[in-house]
Ligand binder design. Sequence first.
Ligand code: PA5
Length: 424
Amino acid sequence: MKLTFFNTCQLPNSDIEKTARTLLPYLKHLQMMTDKNNYDFDESSINLPFDEKSAGEVKKLVNKLKTEKLKYIVDIGIGGSNLGTKAVYDALFGYFDIIQPNRYPKMIFLDTNDPEFITRLVKLLKGIKLPEEIVINAISKSGGTTETITNLEIVLASVDKTIANARLVVTSDKGSSFWNLATEKNIPCLEIPKMVGGRYSVLSPVGLFPLMMAGLDVDSVLAGARSMRNECLSESVLANPALISATILFLHNTKGININDNFFFHPELESVGKWYRQLMGESIGKDGKGITPTVSIGSTDLHSVGQLYFGGPKDKVTTIISAPSPETIAVSGNMMFPLVAHVEGKKFATVIDAICQGVAATYNNLKLPYMKVVLDDLSEKSLGEFLQFKMIEMMFLGKLLGINAFNQPHVELYKVETKKILSQ
Ligand code: PA5
């Protein structure tokens, strides 16, 4: 993965370097946490990719539950308990599920309470007779999230008793009431380390178990995260992507630019964008401060919000994310509708690449600030790198803004009100 920003972020390098350097004491603090290699700190998620014990427990359970016949992994969780998993699954499989109807196993995500979706899902579940065809993974750190528990109850009531007993896995904080009840009922539990918050938990069993069940190479996700942690804890300031990206976002924020648009030039990365939206929204949207994360898809959204981005208020700093595409498919050399110039016989990847470069050139011409993240490819390893890069970036950004990036006091507000209403 490579981050480029020089001459495009509309900030002098000297300012970036000066501000980034103020983070060096915090960076040393993070390095100290990696030496300790435990889960005693708010930032402990940085140790997850090195936790062989936790990954080992996940693998043991996967080996027990995975069969040739497995068709569905029902992933029940919301927010930090589902967005990271969905990000990785969608990038590599989920986005393509509609055109690969016979590829199994598939993941089915239940996050919000959607009566229509669950009614149709219940019909599907009632048709499952072989326990080996399904695994249900319910994920809730607190164990008390209304959406997750109600979705789980409906799923459990729709499947055969054997499935409910033998094919359910609970992921939670050790000692939560969810954990305790599941243990009493002999349901296998996977642990989320206490100090690892939901939106930083994708590299814990929260993400590892369902992704591995779905056939993704989680070892490569973890390997990518490990190498990126090293890069993001490096003291050579201008070569540290997390330090630079956080600093650029922060410096623009001090000038009143409070929107960070994340422009993904691969539609299969949209869920990665949604994962990042939560990471940024919940981590630094507090104390009356914050940067609003938005997600755009290239080139689709050039035909919806492109006008606004190029011609509207100059209130955004953009992160363009792309990766080289496979060069296997090309436009015919003998077009039936030769209505667009210079595309005949062109590699399809060349076309989208030209659009992506055209967007960057337009940002340059209009002096709109942006940085570019180029992933090596769209693989598990690159996704692991990106997720780790962004989680450490958010820790730096929280520090620069003077915000605790690890709590979410205002998310709890709606949960309390909902419970009051339901009790009436
Ligand atoms: O990141 C967070 O902390 C939140 O988004 C939670 O993940 C979300 O509210 C779900 O909570 P829980 O995992 O306790 O069910």
